[in-house]
Design a binder for this molecule. Structure first.
Ligand code: OGA
Ligand code: NI
Length: 351
């Protein structure tokens, strides 16, 4: 049985995801050409062993070379020996999950469709506003510097701030190390962006994807690239898919305990003048498990514009992007549906 309610006849406080409906509403259905496969091909994800970064110059240069190769060809990789304990990863996923299981009234205190709110709970992307709706609940949390924001985070469950905060601080440290290696791999040195990122943003997208009765008809998040320098994703079970830019096909990112996934974001695409591309990705659903993912986005400060490095612009490689800031991005998404295929990056490309 499928529901025929139109999107205007219900609102946030009673969305399908939260009600656990046994069918997919019309407004949640993805157009047939964009529907996910229930049996997707598995992505080949390069593994970068970060242990070498802190060792002798030769070991570091091997890792930096690996990062250059994978950023040029894929824009995503798994990291091992990243230094974050399994207990910290498990703690973050467990508290993320506990929050989503709270009674609706509790979560509604943080509910907002204002994309500029530093802490907001929501479903879909802008629930009840966007034309296309997605099978997701989420909590967006600004996280850097932690002391400025943590008071705004939920304190129910009582150890939410502690467990998510610990993960946020550790994953940011990691993001800074990886960004140093990325700018080094572009020939720009280690401090090119990391200095600016000291005052940059970190936003955690804590995502929950309830079991979906018809996972082949809906998506958790539509195809997009992240407006970050890099994003680090921790997931409780598979569901994240990446697009192969060569043929537009989607591949499922395999999940393995303790592994973190790194995505090149739009800001690195602009910085590198297109040498490294932001990864197109989406979240798919399943009918059995409540899946959790925590995407930690790391970028420049809110109003700081990212520009292509002048060292990477010349006659042969003309500047390919307009400068932009996180604020510009938020203004764009507050007025456009990313589910309708509106991509901020397309507005930045010069020819
Ligand atoms: C995101 C995102 C992927 C996932 O939050 O930006 O892409 O698997 N999440 O939830
Ligand atoms: Ni994303």
């Amino acid at each position: 049985m499928e529901g025929d309610k139109s999107s205007s006849s219900f609102h946030t406080s009673e969305t399908a995801q939260e009600k656990g409906l046994s069918y997919v509403l019309k407004c949640d259905k993805i157009s047939s050409s964009n529907r996910p496969s229930l049996y997707p091909d598995i992505a080949h994800v390069p593994i970068i062993d970060l242990a070498g970064l802190g060792k002798d110059p030769a070991s570091r240069s091997t890792v930096v070379n690996d990062i250059r190769n994978t950023c040029r060809s894929n824009g995503f990789f798994h990291i091992i020996n990243h230094g974050i304990d399994q207990s910290t990863l498990d703690g973050a996923l467990s508290l993320a999950s506990k929050f989503f299981k709270l009674p609706r009234e509790e979560k509604m205190k943080l509910m907002s469709n204002d994309v500029k709110k530093p802490v907001r709970y929501g479903t879909s992307i802008k629930d009840g506003e966007d034309n296309a709706q997605f099978w997701r609940v989420f909590l967006k949390l600004y996280a850097h510097p932690l002391k400025n924001w943590v008071e705004l985070w939920p304190n129910n469950p009582t150890d939410y701030r502690e467990k998510l905060g610990k993960y946020a601080v550790e994953v940011r440290k990691l993001a800074m190390e990886i960004m140093e290696a990325i700018t080094e791999s572009l020939g720009l040195g280690t401090k090119y962006i990391s200095n600016k990122m000291e005052d940059g943003i970190q936003a955690l997208a804590v995502n929950g994807y309830p079991p979906c009765p018809n996972p082949e008809l809906a998506l958790g998040i539509p195809p997009h690239s992240d407006y970050s320098c890099i994003t680090i994703v921790l997931q409780s079970s598979p569901g994240l898919e990446v697009m192969d830019p060569r043929d537009g096909s989607w591949r499922l990112v395999p999940e393995a305990k303790g592994i973190l996934q790194v995505h090149v974001g739009d800001q690195v695409e602009v910085l590198s003048n297109g040498l490294y591309k932001g990864v197109f990705h989406r979240a798919t659903l399943n009918s059995e498990r409540f899946r959790i993912s925590i995407a930690s986005l790391h970028g420049l400060a809110m109003d700081e514009k990212i520009e292509s490095a002048k060292e990477l612009v010349d006659e042969e490689h003309p500047k390919g992007y307009k400068g932009s800031s996180f604020t510009d991005f938020l203004n764009f998404i507050s007025g456009n549906d990313i589910g309708d295929g509106k991509h901020f990056m397309n507005t930045l490309k010069i020819n």
